[in-house]
Design a protein around this ligand. Sequence first.
Ligand SMILES: [Fe+2]
Ligand SMILES: [Fe+2]
Length: 155
Amino acid sequence: MKSQAGILDTLKSLLTGELTAMDVYLVQSKMFANWGYTKLHDRLSHEFDDEKGHAEKLIERILFLEGTPDMSARLPFAHGDTVLAMMRADLELELKVASNLNLAIAQAERLGDNGTRALLVPLLQDTEGDHILWFESQVEIIETVGEQRYLAEMI
Ligand SMILES: [Fe+2]
Ligand SMILES: [Fe+2]
């Protein structure tokens, strides 16, 4: 099916955000496992699975609209070297993704592309209600109790 003007570019740039998050959470989940922070490993694995699911949805939609997914592009991302720095960077990434999703949903609405809109709304719900919520609370907890005490609970 042919897409409305601009929607394919939007879906492709959203895919870039999901692939970036997938890469980041995969490596962080492995780093946390390597350091023995089992709970953080489990949580970041869950984030990775979610982002993979989001990427799959976007790839399916791009192909359905007769586009070609770009699997090589990534958003700029600064990996932190402490757990707190990583959580802050992850939160920034999630906020950027949410902002891009909101713009994309508004664009789909303007164009009357309800199929794309219906696909994007659950991604936004996961991004805000799960990912942003979790990273935001981790940053707040670490800032409150200190990184050492926080990490002692994550083994
Ligand atoms: Fe996502
Ligand atoms: Fe996310």
